[in-house]
Write a protein of this length. Structure first.
Length: 324
């Protein structure tokens, strides 16, 4: 409310040490638009100034899919930052622009090397605003925002839409091929494929993962591996049927003999995805995440899901002939 800041400052007038001052941290509720201000007692003398900052940008924590602000200092700033953080562990370091506190994170440990992360369950908008404030503090002249215009990433959006279309067309082509080439068994494989995609998208949603173009590529590759697993098992079943085995025996033998081949191929793919996630950049990590989820889910749908369907059908009525 207007006047609350002045009233608070008047209440503490004369009790604030000469080298300290009270400034207010501005907090905006993104949902309601409500603005609240939290008073913070600070040192008047700034420990670091914006001209020592070389960069401030928004990054995403891939473990928790949460945004944070990554900052780096020049050589002089890195030395001062090391001393300041070492002397003030578990204390708050306020980020101020135009006498407004935009953030006051707690220093968790001494930070050397001139690079640090500011975390705190930011929304993406909050993290972007804070990075802008930090970069603004590095300017030699004050910055006043007159207009804020957001331009949509049309080229990136077009690429993602093209990737989605390619994935849909590829999936439809695979479904049709499996139905015509493996007949009823191919239909069971298609049902497992759809189940695989639903579980994969559900897993990504639970992790709050963003669907990027490399991520779409990982999904398409996982679809290919899912079908490849069924092809291996179905060809084994055909071999067993040619050898004169009954449909039920052919199914059991086909799954048993193809199991380790499928398992080994999926494990080696998971190892590759783990290496990509460990050493890759953001887009590569997105590809590794979707590929890993797809491969892990496919082990369940291909080896357990389709086998369960065959067993249920055989338990209802013993198969005299296998449509494969």
């Amino acid at each position: 409310m207007p006047g609350e800041e002045e009233n608070l400052l008047m209440q503490f007038a004369g009790r604030i040490p000469e080298d300290n001052e009270i400034l207010f941290e501005k907090r905006v509720n993104r949902e309601t638009g409500a603005v609240t201000k939290m008073p913070i007692l600070l040192k008047k003398q700034a420990a670091l100034t914006g001209d020592l900052l070389s960069d401030a940008r928004v990054d995403i924590d891939t473990r928790f899919n949460e945004p944070y602000v990554s900052i780096s200092f020049n050589t002089a700033g890195a030395k001062i930052f090391d001393e300041v953080t070492g002397a003030n562990v578990k204390k708050r370091l306020a980020i101020i622009l135009d006498n407004v506190v935009y953030s006051a994170p707690v220093i968790q440990e001494r930070i050397s090397g001139g690079h640090a992360q500011i975390t705190g369950r930011f929304s993406l908008e909050d993290a972007k605003d804070l990075s802008i404030v930090l970069r603004s503090g590095a300017l030699p002249a004050p910055l006043k925002m007159l207009q804020n215009v957001t331009v949509g990433p049309s080229l990136g959006r077009d690429s993602i839409e093209a990737g989605k279309l390619a994935g849909i067309i590829g999936t439809i082509a695979v479904v049709i091929f499996m139905m015509f080439y493996y007949r009823f068994s191919g239909l069971i494989a298609d049902l497992a494929l759809f189940f695989n995609i639903i579980l994969l998208l559900g897993a990504m949603a639970s992790l709050n993962a963003t669907l990027t173009l490399p991520g779409i590529a990982g999904i398409i590759l996982a679809i290919g591996m899912a079908v490849d697993s069924n092809v291996l098992m179905f060809e084994r079943m055909r071999d067993e049927l040619r050898a004169g085995k009954t449909p039920k025996a052919a199914v059991d033998s086909g799954y048993h003999k193809a199991f380790w081949t499928i398992f080994d191929s999926h494990v080696t793919t998971l190892i590759t995805a783990a290496v990509l996630f460990q050493f890759g950049t953001g887009p590569i990590k997105g590809f590794a995440v979707t590929l890993s989820l797809g491969v892990a889910i496919n082990l369940f749908t291909a080896l357990i899901g389709t086998k369960t369907v065959f067993d249920i059908i055989n338990s209802m009525k013993e198969m005299k002939k296998l449509s494969i």
